[in-house]
Design a protein around this ligand. Structure first.
Ligand SMILES: *Cc1c(COP(=O)(O)O)cnc(C)c1O
Length: 424
């Protein structure tokens, strides 16, 4: 393996055959904190953010971290301190932003099913914008705002009907998706929004999917959104900001998405060419800010050779790392110590009682029971999707900053899990 190809490089790298994250040896972290353990590189996150910020230098633009990718307070704190805003999808996420030191004025609120209570909380907190996903939501938000004597800033999420060529579960901008308002109904929806006294139209947004690895779907969506903006503005409704969502992919297994700054250089050139270069811009990246900055360390429990398959049973499972079971996603799995010894092919699986509980299939590993492995590219959509299935406590999380390791979440105990339950 070429060391610069390791997902997470250069913040994740082998030195003298040992895997390090920033200045710390992962084997030491596994020993100190136990497994399964999520470990994140703060520099990795800030490096990813800075690629976007570089692209937008000198522009009116704001990055809103789509925090559902990883909503741990310590992670949010890193982004809040780096002048990043947040894209939330629930009132719970708003509470997390505020607890981590972020500000409501830097928050935008996406999601197809916001409740009245969530709208109220967000209006009272004073968020920057509601990304509205249906005509029915416009009416309810208007009512809630009027009842509070407030005016809700709104952007309408349009569905540009472009195919991001990604997994069907993470493509969101096609006609058959539940997200956004159809292209053809957009003008009508904006007219309706502009007529409601509890709403103030501020922008337009789209988000076409996730783990997108080429620029074309973005260019297509951008052109379609700009066509709509021209239509809407000709109808006398000014659009102050343009929000192009998130979705940029990361390296899981040799994936080569465009770098964020290169992608945005292309998109900004198109915006400039079409005369929209001086608009306020927003984006909502999630995975690309955190995905490659994290790993999950897991210890091998047993090796179980078989006639058809050899199994390597590790102490992390689908409840900790749901992406393989949910999307058949691929995560590289690597040893903490490199060696030249012969490998065997294993299915790497967890202890959960489901055949869907696999982490990697047909992996060549040189591994012994009680070795620790690193599951790579685990910073996004892992811990935030983790569950307690099989009454398994969710892992601890450590944020590494240079040669310091900060525990940002302690391992969940059985008592934590039973809190709130009672016998009849
Ligand atoms: C999930 C989501 C994002 C972030 O997507 P990534 O693929 O993680 O960048 C952005 N905007 C909205 C509306 C989302 O639902």
């Amino acid at each position: 393996m070429n060391p610069s190809d390791l997902p997470g490089a250069p913040f994740l790298a082998y030195r003298d055959q040992q895997l390090f994250i920033e200045q710390l040896r992962l084997q030491d972290l596994a020993q100190q904190h136990g497994t399964p353990l999520f470990v994140y590189s703060k520099a990795g996150m800030l490096h990813a953010l800075s690629a976007y910020q570089r692209a937008f230098a000198g522009r009116k633009a704001k990055v809103h971290y789509a925090m559902k990718a990883n909503s741990s307070l310590g992670v949010l704190q890193v982004f809040a301190k780096a002048a990043c805003g947040f894209d939330i999808v629930s009132a719970g996420e708003l509470a997390r932003v505020l607890a981590a030191g972020g500000q409501a004025k830097d928050v935008i609120f996406s999601g197809v099913g916001k409740t009245r209570a969530e709208m109220q909380l967000a209006l009272q907190a004073g968020i920057a914008c509601f990304n509205v996903e249906s005509e029915a939501e416009l009416d309810v938000l208007n009512e809630v705002a009027l009842s509070l004597g407030k005016v809700a800033p709104v952007s309408i999420r349009v569905n540009p009907n472009v195919d991001p060529k990604t997994h069907p579960y993470i493509s969101t901008g096609l006609k058959g998706n539940k997200f956004g308002i159809a292209h053809e109904r957009t003008l009508q929806a904006y007219r309706h929004a502009a007529s409601l006294p509890g709403l103030k139209v501020t922008g337009i947004d789209c988000h076409i999917g996730s783990q997108i690895t080429t620029s074309e779907p973005y260019l297509d969506a951008l052109d379609k959104v700009l066509d709509l903006v021209e239509q809407i503005e000709s109808a006398g409704i000014p659009i102050h900001h343009l929000d192009f969502g998130g979705g940029l992919g990361i390296n899981y297994n040799g994936d080569t998405p465009p770098a964020a700054d290169a992608l945005w250089a292309t998109l900004l050139a198109r915006l400039d060419a079409r005369g929209f270069g001086d608009r306020q811009l927003m984006i909502e990246p999630g995975r690309s800010l955190v995905g490659n900055a994290g790993v999950c360390l897991s210890q091998v429990q047993f090796l179980k050779p078989g006639e058809q398959k050899n199994f390597c049973i590790i102490d992390a499972a689908m409840n900790d790392l749901p992406r393989p079971a949910m999307y058949e996603a691929y995560h590289q799995i690597v040893p903490l110590t490199l060696s030249d010894a012969a490998t065997q092919v294993y299915d790497v699986v967890g202890p959960v009682c489901e055949s869907g509980d696999w982490i990697g299939r047909d992996r060549a590993l040189n591994v012994q029971a009680s070795d620790t492995l690193a599951v790579l590219s685990a910073g996004a959509y892992c811990m935030s999707m983790a569950s307690n299935y099989n009454t398994r406590g969710r892992p601890a999380e450590v944020l590494v900053d240079g040669n310091k390791a900060h525990v940002i979440r302690t391992r969940e105990t059985v008592a934590d899990q039973m809190r709130g339950e009672c016998l009849v």
